[in-house]
Design a binder for this molecule. Structure first.
Ligand code: NDP
Ligand SMILES: O=C1O[C@H](COP(=O)(O)O)[C@@H](O)[C@H](O)[C@H]1O
Length: 556
């Protein structure tokens, strides 16, 4: 059997469906059947609080009929229903949270953080009194921030009729403060503004990009943290550039924070199908006996985006695709896929097993790696830029925007099975429909995005007089099962969605020697046209192990 993980753009959301739907499909006595879990966060990142009772929420003046981005959201009166005058703020016994997003002018904030917070709000999972502050160097007013994010907030799957009102209410709680990342003065100003908005300060700080983590944590902990509540910091991957810088980063963060205040997020661990992986495997007797070298010929982990850096080269060029995607997102999926059965599905048990896989990986050989960079290309009268045409990228950049690698796990279960990874930007937009894999192979496809799907390709006789075979899909109809979008969950068990420091060390130990070799030898990436299937070298790499990439050779 071959197993393929696909994640291609356009991305789906990173939020999760109610896990009660999993419970129904688990065998009654499986040790891994899940407890029915709450939809809302409880005690990990957000302060404990009951789901908000809609009737108690405050309302804002209706803007019905006005386009959202034309509405002035400033100076809108709150109509508090408990009889207190507008502007009186939360009562001291009411849970309050303030969230500061550092790097708020960037892609991640716009595409994921604000929409995820809106999803939480939409599901009444944020405390009644919350405030969100964006912070970055770009000059912007509150209103400009609101306008820029309003286009990315959606009610997604189940748009209910009050969506527009909810968006306005959410945007009304979003503010912006411009400032430098290492400025004591700017963070003190931010702190002042935060205090104007909250009675009981409690803060989550979500920050990026990585080179500013320590500056921001220093300033925030000294000048803008909560004296009475708690402060937690979510740091975005990549955590450093290699083993050394990652260790230094952790040590520096620990001058200001304890380990349990630091959350190293990998948003792929929160994707629905990645979360479902352990359930699929351990709660379905049909799969677990097959999950080893005895039946699996190869495993493929494929990430493809059909757009380039498009102005984000400032961050990307210092990191490249191996650090951006492989060392974290794909390696985490690999570890989840290959781990031994954990004692339970609790966070620490899963992380204990993942780290064993990472430590059993064989050293990565340069011969087993292909790097590429996209070049300009014209098609249908349209010109597509090269990576180095991005104004934020140096013209002589050797940074890979594509990489493919063959990895091996040195243990009894996976001995000799190639785990093929590939990740690339500016690749072909659609999955291709090519010739079928050979008919002796079944293929289990777990497509993380877009159009989440799990299907098993089985061989069938084509109806008719001859004995001709064809491959059909046994489709688990995943997307049809998903009735509505739930907000991302971060409750007690959700520590498993974050990376523990020993996992991080093991992940860097695997990639650091390779990255060093690539950089020291100044290996030139193989150029591939924007919108293509990537460098030819990736096909030779797969062929070396008798494998064809699943996204190219079959209908995936
Ligand atoms: N984009 C995504 O979908 C995801 C991104 N991430 C991670 O989030 C982090 C940020 O990514 P993303 O938002 O896409 O990146 P951006 O390039 O959009 O950068 C975010 C913001 O950081 C500031 N910034 C950019 N370059 C620098 C620099 N050299 N020094 C200081 N500040 C800078 C800019 O704000 P200003 O100039 O206003 O200060 C910018 O708006 C990365 O670590 C990435 O790995 C993780 C998951 C998904
Ligand atoms: O971490 C990152 O992920 C995004 C892709 O995330 P997705 O959820 O949209 O698949 C990628 O574009 C970005 O470069 C990287 O930093």
């Amino acid at each position: 059997m071959a197993v393929c993980f696909h994640t291609s753009s356009p991305s789906s959301s990173c939020s999760s469906a109610p896990s009660s739907s999993f419970s129904r499909s688990c065998p009654q006595r499986s040790p891994f059947s899940l407890r029915k879990r709450k939809l809302c966060p409880s005690d990990s990142l957000l302060p404990h609080q009951p789901p908000r009772d809609a009737a108690r929420g405050f309302r804002i003046r209706s803007s019905y009929g006005h386009p959202l981005n034309a509405l002035s959201l400033q100076n809108v009166d709150f109509n508090l229903e408990d009889g207190r005058p507008p502007g009186s703020g939360p009562r001291s016994d009411e849970p309050t949270i303030s969230i500061t997003i550092v790097g708020a002018s960037g892609d991640l904030a716009k595409k994921k953080i604000f929409p995820a917070l809106f999803a939480l709000f939409y599901e009444n999972c944020l405390p009644e009194h919350f405030t969100i502050f964006g912070y970055s160097r770009s000059k912007m007013t509150d209103e400009e921030l609101r306008n820029s994010i309003s286009g990315t907030l959606t009610c997604r799957v189940d748009s209910r009729d009050n969506c527009g009102d909810k968006m306005e209410e959410f945007l009304r709680r979003c503010f912006y403060h411009p400032g430098q990342y290492g400025s004591d003065e700017n963070f003190s100003e931010l702190d002042e503004k935060l205090r104007e908005k909250e009675a009981v300060p409690q803060a989550i700080l979500s920050l990026h990009p990585p080179n500013i983590f320590v500056d921001v944590v220093r300033c925030a902990s000294l000048f803008a943290s909560s004296p009475t509540g708690w402060t937690r910091v979510i740091v975005e991957k990549p955590f450093g550039r290699d083993s050394k810088s990652s260790g230094e980063l952790t040590r520096s963060l620990k001058q200001y924070l304890s380990e349990d205040q630091i959350f190293r997020i990998d948003h792929y661990l929160g994707k629905e199908l990645v979360e479902n992986l352990s359930v699929l495997r351990f709660s379905n007797l049909v799969f677990e006996p097959l999950w080893s070298r005895q039946y699996i010929r190869n495993v493929q982990l494929i990430f493809s985006e059909d757009f380039g850096t498009e102005g984000r080269g400032g961050y990307f060029d210092s990191y490249g695709i191996i650090r951006d995607i492989m060392q974290n997102h794909l390696l985490q999926i690999l570890a989840l896929f290959a781990m031994e059965p954990p004692v339970s599905l609790d966070a620490e048990d899963i992380r204990n097993e993942k780290v064993k896989v990472l430590r059993s990986m064989k050293n990565l050989q340069l011969d087993d790696v292909v790097v590429g960079q996209y070049k300009g290309h014209s098609k249908g009268g349209r010109a597509y830029p090269a990576y180095i045409d991005d104004p934020t990228v140096p013209k002589n950049s050797l940074t890979p925007t594509f990489a493919a690698a063959a990895l091996f796990i040195d243990n009894a279960r996976w001995d000799g099975v190639p785990f093929l990874m590939k990740a690339g930007k500016a690749l072909h937009s659609r999955r291709s429909f090519g010739t079928d894999l050979d008919k002796a192979t079944n293929e289990l496809v777990i497509r993380v995005q877009p159009d989440e799907a799990i299907y098993l390709k089985v061989n069938n006789k084509i109806p008719g007089l001859t004995m001709r075979l064809d491959s059909s899909r046994l489709n688990l109809l995943y997307s049809a099962k998903r009735l509505r979008e739930a907000p991302p969950r971060r409750d007690r068990g959700e520590r498993r969605l974050f990376i523990r420091s020993d996992e991080l060390d093991a992940a860097w130990a695997l990639f650091t020697p390779l990255l060093k070799e690539l950089e020291e030898k100044k290996i030139a990436p193989e150029l591939y046209p924007y919108g293509s299937r990537g460098p030819v070298g990736a096909h030779y790499l797969a062929a070396k192990y008798g494998v064809r990439w699943g996204d190219i050779s079959s209908e995936n």
